[in-house]
Structures are given as structure tokens and as C-alpha cells.
Design a binder for this molecule. Structure first.
Ligand SMILES: Nc1ncnc2c1ncn2[C@@H]1O[C@H](COP(=O)(O)OP(=O)(O)OP(=O)(O)O)[C@@H](O)[C@H]1O
Length: 416
């Protein structure tokens, strides 16, 4: 036994994450490959498991060697019989480099998947990455026993328009290296994986065997707590939340049997309505629940009034993000994505060059032209809907106001 991962073992891991689309050229499975050992082994195993696989290699443009390494990786993937493409990211501002790089990488991967017809993207996170994630999250939430915050990375999660899969979470990295060595397949060593400036690297280097074991016990325990929690939250949402596709919702607080779940549910809804990456802190949500109305995390909560019982939640106008160019794949206000069709529809007169200078921004004062009561939307929620502009001139409005601007709702991961 040389430690390599067999095709059979890998197939078992993948099948646990199914179902999948048929193995056809129009819907390949995407694999995100950095060129390092884990994702190269993953690519190789994916290709054994399935015929139609496409690899995306992201060049963050952060190191001078990155472009050459990405090109080399594409060549190596080609030799494995895998179609591969480099996604080159635009430069991003300095500070919080790893965090920014991860977010930008994911946005690029998602757009590439949609363009190529992939509904699944597979990542090479492994058992040690999972241990480190659990310790990092544990440090953030304090040494509380098993809690929601202690969840590790999910083996399967919906993010935006793709499903992210991590089939290698139960394998230590030595096995990926052994798999590549057994096939004489080369990989790239990224020096930033040794740079102690990064929090993950410090954890990676400092975790003892005992600490890794502890992380795995916590992960197993929290998994069963999380499943039970997700189920009760799902039931509670089905009973109490009415979600409007224009990005606001009504919550019938009296229908929530278990009062303990009220702050949890509101925290999740605030994250969704705001298009934020994280839930607001629990104690802030509890204070909001006591007040019964107010603003938190870029979301307004107030009595439902003409909509009936309960409360309504909508995006706070003051918190809405800047205008963005109306280019395919661009996200506005963390909530809406511009689909390919929008730059094409341009202004009503059409014609070449019309996509230039178009941007997406809130309706704001333009919302006054519409009869919010007749549309069945709170007027404040109408003001924070997107519109297509050239300069100050509003050209197109969303479908909920009788227009034809159809952006895609995309505000982070699902609640359960
Ligand atoms: N530059 C990149 N291009 C494409 N995918 C990437 C890139 N960086 C990371 N990934 C994906 O995210 C996973 C986890 O990233 P992480 O930074 O932990 O990996 P790594 O150590 O850089 O590379 P590897 O996992 O390939 O050894 C990778 O296994 C890979 O699937």
C-alpha cells in the first residue's frame, strides 16, 4: 500500500455527494486547480471518475511567477486529458490579501462555471484544512462547547449559481501526494503556503496531532447538532417567512413555536436581505427582537402594517452599495448579479456601443413614479431595487415595477 487514493475510494466519496448531471460534454464538472498537490491529485481523480471535466486555474496576479505557473498547470492538466483555462483576476487593493483573493477567486470561478455550463465545482480542501478551519472558527467564537459556529467546511454547499463540492475532506494531504507520486505527476509548490504572515499557515504549522484529533471530534459532534438545527430552522421558516422575489420578506413571528429560534432566524434573514457574508451578532439581534423594530446589519425591520400581521424586513437604503457597471457577472449591493442579457438589452433604442456607460444603481427617488401599494411592495423596498441607468437617466426598471430588467438574486449561501 503506497497511500494513494484509489479510483474506487474516490468514486465512493463523489457518489455520496450526488446526484449529478449525466456525463455529457455540454455539462462538464468543474474542478478548481491551483496547481498544488491537492488540487492536481483531485483533477486526476476526477478525470478517472468522469470523462467530461473542465479545470479552472485562477491567476490572482499576486506573485510574478503566478502566470507562468498557471500556464504550466494548464499544460499538465492537458496531458491528463483535461480541458483547462486560466482565469486571470483584475488587481485588487492591498490589505486582507488572502480574504480578498478568496472572494475574487470564487466570483471568477462561479462566472466561468456558468459560462461553461457547469453546475458543480469541486475543490481540493482536505482533512488538515478542515482541522485548521475548525480551530480558527473555535478561536473566533470562544471555547464554547459544540455550537453552530464550530461547523467546519461543508462537503457540499450551494454558493450563488453553483454547487461547491469538497470530496477530499476525509483524506490527509499525504495521500494526495502519494497519488501523484504513484503516477509520476508533478505539481507546483506555492511559497505563500509557508508564510506565517497568514493565519491559516500559522495554524497549519502549529497544530499538534492531539489538536487535530480534537478538531475531528468537534466536527463529528457539531455535525449532528447542526443537522437538527437546520431541520428546525427550515420548518420554522416554512411556517413563518414569506419571501418576496424583490428581495424583502414578511415574518410571522407568532408562528415560530420555539422562541429560542427567533433571533437565529432573524439573523439569517438579515444576512440574506442585506447580501452580507456574515450574520449579525446574536446579542444585537436579541436587542432588535426586544425593540420590535429598528435597523441592523443594513436591514430595516418594522411592523408589517398594510401587509398584515408580523414584521417586514427590507434593505436599508443608507446601506446600499455604490453603482456598478452593467457588465455581465458583476454583482450590485451584494444582492443582485447582472446576467449576460442586461448589457445587450441596453437602452430602448438599441444599437452598437449602447452598452457603454450603463450602470446599475438603486431606484431611489425614481421609485416615486410607481404605485407601491398596487405593486404590493413596501415603498422603502421599492427604493432599494436596482435600475439600469446611463448617467442620471433611468433606462430600465425591474420586472416587479412592470419593466424588463431581470437581475439574478444572489445574496450568499442558503440559510439551511
Ligand atoms: N489559484 C487557484 N486556482 C484555482 N483553484 C484554487 C486556487 N487556489 C485554491 N484553489 C482551490 O481551493 C482549494 C483550497 O485552496 P488552498 O489555498 O487551501 O489550496 P492550496 O494549498 O493553494 O492548493 P492545493 O489545494 O491545490 O494544494 C484548492 O484545493 C483548489 O481546489
Amino acid at each position: 500500500m503506497d497511500g494513494r487514493i484509489s479510483a474506487r475510494e474516490f468514486a465512493v466519496c463523489m457518489e455520496a455527494l450526488g446526484p449529478f448531471l449525466p456525463d455529457v460534454p455540454e455539462a462538464p464538472m468543474a474542478v478548481a486547480v491551483s496547481g498544488g498537490a491537492d488540487s492536481m491529485a483531485l483533477a486526476w481523480l476526477m478525470r478517472r471518475w468522469r470523462q467530461h471535466v473542465v479545470a479552472f486555474v485562477v491567476d490572482h496576479g499576486l506573485r510574478v511567477e503566478a502566470a507562468a505557473e498557471a500556464a504550466l498547470t494548464v499544460e499538465r492538466l492537458g496531458k491528463m486529458g483535461i480541458e483547462a483555462r486560466v482565469l486571470r483576476l483584475a488587481p485588487f487593493p492591498s490589505g486582507r490579501v488572502q480574504e480578498r483573493a478568496r472572494a475574487a477567486r470564487f466570483t471568477a470561478l462561479e462566472a466561468a462555471c456558468v459560462e461553461r455550463g457547469c453546475v458543480d465545482v469541486v475543490l481540493g480542501h482536505h482533512q488538515h484544512d478542515q482541522d485548521e478551519t475548525i480551530w480558527m472558527r473555535r478561536e473566533r467564537v470562544g471555547a464554547a462547547p459544540v455550537s453552530m459556529g464550530l461547523r467546519g467546511m461543508a462537503a457540499e454547499v450551494l454558493r450563488g449559481r453553483v454547487r461547491v463540492l469538497r470530496p477530499l475532506l476525509s483524506f490527509p494531504p499525504e495521500r494526495m501526494r502519494a497519488t501523484l507520486r504513484a503516477e509520476s505527476l508533478p505539481w507546483v509548490e506555492d511559497p505563500s503556503n509557508q508564510n506565517r504572515r497568514f493565519e491559516r499557515v500559522r495554524w497549519r504549522q502549529d497544530l499538534t496531532g492531539g489538536m487535530r484529533e480534537e478538531a475531528r471530534i468537534l466536527q463529528r459532534e457539531s455535525q449532528s447538532v447542526n443537522v437538527a438545527y437546520a431541520q428546525s430552522l427550515a420548518v420554522c421558516m416554512a411556517r413563518s417567512v414569506v419571501w418576496h422575489p424583490a428581495g424583502w420578506c414578511r415574518v410571522l413571528l407568532d408562528n415560530i413555536g420555539n422562541r429560542e429560534l427567533v433571533p437565529q432566524l432573524l439573523a439569517e434573514l438579515i444576512r440574506m436581505v442585506a447580501g452580507a457574508a456574515y450574520r449579525p451578532a446574536r446579542d444585537a439581534v436579541e436587542r432588535l427582537v426586544i425593540r420590535g423594530e429598528g435597523t441592523l446589519g443594513g436591514v430595516v425591520l418594522r411592523r408589517a402594517g398594510r401587509f398584515g400581521d408580523g414584521v417586514i424586513m427590507f434593505r436599508e437604503e443608507r446601506a446600499v452599495g455604490e453603482a456598478v457597471p452593467a457588465e455581465s457577472g458583476v454583482q450590485w449591493d451584494g444582492r443582485w448579479i447582472v446576467p449576460e442579457s442586461v448589457p445587450k438589452i441596453g437602452p430602448p433604442e438599441g444599437g452598437a456601443g449602447d452598452a457603454e456607460g450603463l450602470h446599475i444603481a438603486k431606484l431611489g427617488d425614481h421609485a416615486a413614479r410607481f404605485d407601491a401599494r398596487r405593486l404590493g411592495i413596501p415603498s422603502a423596498a421599492l427604493r432599494v431595487l436596482p435600475g439600469l441607468y446611463r448617467g442620471d437617466c433611468l433606462l430600465r426598471v425591474p420586472v416587479w415595477c412592470g419593466g424588463d430588467l431581470a437581475l439574478i438574486w444572489s445574496s450568499g449561501g442558503p440559510i439551511t
